[in-house]
Design a binder for this molecule. Structure first.
Ligand code: B12
Length: 210
């Protein structure tokens, strides 16, 4: 069974088959992050089918459930690194409840030694501000998959600035469609559209080399 089989089974929403293939691939010694990457590609293809009205909301919900089942098996397999890193306050921004990608980034960051304070989903700017005050993190990570989330990210950066906290933290944004333009629009310092790149950028921010 190959990564290709996994992709096809996921896109066709065959949950039991997906689980079986993932378990087999792990047993064969496949890299867990490679498996997650294929699942992310599958989720993206499912999103395209949703846009073309070939899949409906129920299929989006089911895709999310399959992804969560895969994560329950794969995340514990991620290797823990030893070097202690910094603290990240993380959340999915106001108006957005997508959290699969956020949770993957969190797992990768924790595996790399970061302490992650996870604020959950639909997090208003003032909760980010409170968390920065109380946890004094090095980095604020914001996740968002909806186009309207960029507005919430921007508002959160502004709220940090108004609270006099903007210069104390670096801000990194993530989620399917963020890019350099969104980074500039929101006032963030960095962006990443996959968890591994996100962790690499967080390490760079703190001057920790691979
Ligand atoms: C699953 C899913 C859902 C599930 C979410 C379940 C959950 N618990 O998260 C449910 C069914 C609830 C859902 C709801 C909706 N969804 Co939806 N959903 C998806 C889908 C299919 C997959 C998203 C996903 O999990 N991808 C897999 C993860 C692993 O990828 P990722 O999030 O990009 O994460 C990676 C990186 O971005 C990065 N990362 C993520 N966060 C962070 C944070 C930091 C700090 C860093 C550094 C990195 C990082 O690391 C991750 C791992 O590599 C996408 C399609 C797509 N193309 O993405 C649509 C999609 C995002 N949804 C969409 C829509 C429209 C909706 C709804 C509005 C539908 C509706 N009519 O109600 C609602 C919105 C509800 C809300 N208020 O948020 C649209 C958004 C369109 C837009 N431009 O705004 C998409 C793109 C589908 C589409 N093509 O139309 N959805």
């Amino acid at each position: 069974m190959s990564l290709e089989d996994l992709l096809n089974a996921f896109v066709n929403l065959e949950e039991e088959k997906v689980i079986r293939i993932v378990e087999n691939l792990l047993r064969e010694g496949r890299d867990p992050s490679e498996i997650l990457d294929v699942c992310r590609r599958a989720a993206s293809l499912i999103g395209e089918r949703f846009e073309r009205c070939e899949y409906f909301l129920s299929e989006l919900v089911f895709a999310g459930e399959i992804f969560n089942s895969v994560m329950r098996i794969v995340l514990p397999e991620l290797k823990r690194e030893v070097k202690p890193a910094g603290t990240i306050v993380l959340g999915t921004v106001q108006g957005d409840i997508h959290d699969i990608g956020k949770n993957i980034f969190k797992a990768f960051a924790e595996a790399a030694g970061f302490r992650v304070i996870d604020l959950g989903v639909d997090v208003p700017p003032e909760r980010f501000v409170e968390a920065v005050r109380s946890h004094n993190p090095d980095i604020v990570g914001m996740s968002g998959l909806l186009t309207i989330s960029y507005e919430s990210m921007k508002k959160t950066v502004e709220a940090l600035r108004e609270a006099g906290l903007r210069d104390r933290v670096k801000v990194i944004i993530g989620g399917g469609r963020v890019d350099e333009y969104v980074k500039r629009y929101t006032g963030a310092d960095e962006w990443a559209d996959n968890a591994m790149l996100g962790v690499r950028k967080c390490k760079e921010i703190l001057g920790l080399e691979e």
